[in-house]
Design a protein around this ligand. Structure first.
Ligand SMILES: [Zn+2]
Length: 252
């Protein structure tokens, strides 16, 4: 500024020598550039030069970074320049301000991952296939069945899915309705093909639990009625997941 006020050329090694700077009527150092004949505001034509190590520079960058709604480096830099400020080494300063910005850290943060618990012993103990089995019922699927009269009739089918917790083998039985007797039949067909099972596991969906007899509803109920009797006779243990433990039955 001393050299410029005396109308002497500035040193070639200066960081602003390429900007052809001048001092305006208010004594502010501004970029000369080649745009003096452009019909835009003089503030943008000749931005004020701000040294990068000044507190003002970091305040300006922070202010315009917030004004640009916490956009990235390029947009923050452009906002700064469009408002008539030429910060020397703005690239680095803007990067470091964004790096320290709490809002940006939150917005661009990494999500935390879940660490899963140990597998239950049923999943890691070797044994005969279908020793411990996970069960669920899916459906209904609408199907078309051919009637003896020649006409077609729509009806529903459900699938009972059995999966071995040791080998992960899968067995599917189709049932014609959601009743205890249909389920017992599916269970007997499964056991006849795959051999004895020590333990069944299932979730607590309404398929398997609930006082069906009390409300006289049709459905499968493992805890009471004919299914329980059948399980007891076959010496099979039925284990339920805890309620709302949706992380526990990924296997089936
Ligand atoms: Zn930010």
């Amino acid at each position: 500024m001393k050299l410029l006020s005396r109308n002497e050329p500035i040193l070639a090694g200066s960081s602003i020598s390429s900007l052809s700077p001048f001092i305006d009527e208010h004594g502010i150092l501004r970029v000369g550039g080649r745009r003096s004949k452009a019909e835009i505001s003089s503030n943008i034509k000749h931005p004020a030069i701000i040294p990068k190590k000044s507190h003002v520079a970091s305040l300006l960058v922070r202010y315009f970074h917030e004004k640009a709604q916490h956009q990235g480096r390029l947009i923050t830099e452009a906002t700064l320049r469009n408002n008539g400020f030429w910060v020397i080494g703005a690239k680095r300063l803007v990067s470091s301000v964004i790096h320290k910005c709490v809002v940006c850290r939150k917005l661009r943060g990494k999500f935390q991952g879940q660490r899963m618990a140990d597998l239950p012993s049923d999943r890691v103990t070797p044994g005969a296939p279908f020793t411990v089995v996970g069960v669920d019922v899916s459906g209904p699927c609408n199907i078309v069945a051919r009637k003896t009269g020649g006409g077609l009739a729509e009806s529903k089918r459900w699938a009972v899915l059995f999966t071995c917790l040791g080998t992960r083998a899968v067995h599917i039985e189709v049932i014609e309705d959601m009743s205890s007797s249909a389920f017992i039949n599916a269970l007997r067909r499964f056991l006849a093909i795959r051999g004895p099972v020590k333990e069944f596991r299932s979730d607590r969906e309404t398929n398997f639990v609930g006082a069906l007899e009390d409300i006289q509803a049709k459905g499968i109920c493992v805890e009471a009625g004919p299914v329980k009797t059948h399980l007891q006779d076959s010496k099979i243990v039925w284990k339920f997941n805890p309620p709302h433990a949706s992380h526990m039955d990924g296997v089936w």
